[in-house]
Design a protein around this ligand. Sequence first.
Ligand code: ADP
Ligand code: ZN
Length: 527
Amino acid sequence: AEPAQDPDGNPALEVLASVFGYSAFRGQQADIIAHVIRGGDALVLMPTGGGKSLCYQVPALVRDGVTVVVSPLIALMRDQVTALRELGVRAAFLNSSLDAAEAREVERAMVRGEIDLVYVAPERLVTPRFLDLLDRTKLALFALDEAHCVSQWGHDFRPEYLQLSILHERHPTVPRVALTATADAQTRAEIKDKLGLTEARVFLSSFDRPNITYRVVPKKSERQQMLAFLRENHPEDAGIIYCMSRAKVEDTANWLNQQGREALPYHAGLPSEVREANQDLFIKGEGIVMVATVAFGMGIDKPNVRFVCHLDPPKSLEAYYQETGRAGRDGLPADAWMSYGMADVVGLRQMLEQSEAGDSHRRVERSKLEALLGFCETSACRRKVLLNYFGETLEAPCGNCDTCLEPVETWDGTVAAQKALSAVYRTGQRYGAGHLIDVLLGNATEKVAQQAHDALKTFGCGKELSKAEWQSVYRQLVAAGYLTVDLEGYGGFRLTDAGIPVIKGQQTVKLRKDPVVEKRRGVHDAL
Ligand code: ADP
Ligand code: ZN
């Protein structure tokens, strides 16, 4: 782009107004954009709908040269480029949907500086041909969208993202901005590390989505529960229902249609024409329910999705946040509804234990699963727990989640919490729930003997609760922020500052009576 200037000397605002037709920046956009225009690297964490695109589109038009946007989804690229062209921006994409002649045309425009933004798929970016093209192009900026795809622990992992650090190696003076709507502390560290962004300034926006009402119901008959929920709250609204398996997606969609709700299936096993057609119908239609696996959703821009239901729990709180975040992008009230049962927990645990992953990978996965279960079981404000997971503190309960709206039954867990925390403390803040529960229950395992943990005062002091109940206690203590999981080390629990008054008996703790635990003791003991 030609460097723009306006009378007030703020080229960013001038571009915002003249190209995009907006009068003011939102949230941290102004700071981010100013930093990037000055040539700084940035890691932008902003919830879906927060306005990430402008954070690189405006600098692309202000800085001289071509901005390269790395984006993992072809459909998303096409939409963005179409929208930009309608605004008169010189934008193009390079991906497998172009034929050789079309691609050459875009490449020529890049070298001649006749283009301001080019969107590229990561697999193309790292090819020798493209790298050579970059060497011959005057570059303004690299924008790495959906940066969490670099995380090997995440469900959107794209191996090609690991190679993106090559951009910085070859073009060290070109600024980079990495953007994502989903990153817990662990993923953030991984993005910085893998993309070589350790020096980048981090812009963390609030992840709160105040218009979404969070609800988690204990599973009895999930379909009937969900149907009742939809009939009462969303008889004619569009929404998404997530299921774990393809078969369940199809069954559920068929069943909903029999119940008089227009529902379409979406999963990676369907032919691509069917998937695209269903996605189109969902986006353009009104009141259609999309029943899908997690294959559906990334980059879908439908502002009036009024509900997202999970018939099966997601893999992690990050996944949950991202999937439920597709509801209510227009800012109007929307629901996130999940049904959760003990069998799901068993299933997720088994999947985890049977996975081929290495020990450290499994440890991270396990702690992510525990955080999710903690969220399901909490008696505290769900929004508080969710935001806490992303490192944000919500001062007061939100008043817009099921635990706020209909307080759950609790029991006085002060003594149990003291025992659980003291087991953590006395064993040196190194162990996870499994071993700690053995200590509490007085199980003379090999590990207990090795560490002489049978000599501790806490050994066998917790026989009044079952193994499953202790697991729930630990999850709730993590969810409440009394314990953290030490991911730098071996994934053991550590006390937080908030946990100290509890262990000293200066603070009472209320724990949730888990109706799932109460009813399904049989299944539970098998855990
Ligand atoms: P994200 O990529 O973070 O999900 P988008 O970049 O798609 O979000 O932006 C979401 C919506 O908000 C878009 O319709 C965009 O045009 C609009 N938007 C972004 N920034 C502004 C702004 N400063 N003023 C008005 N609308 C904005
Ligand atoms: Zn709440």
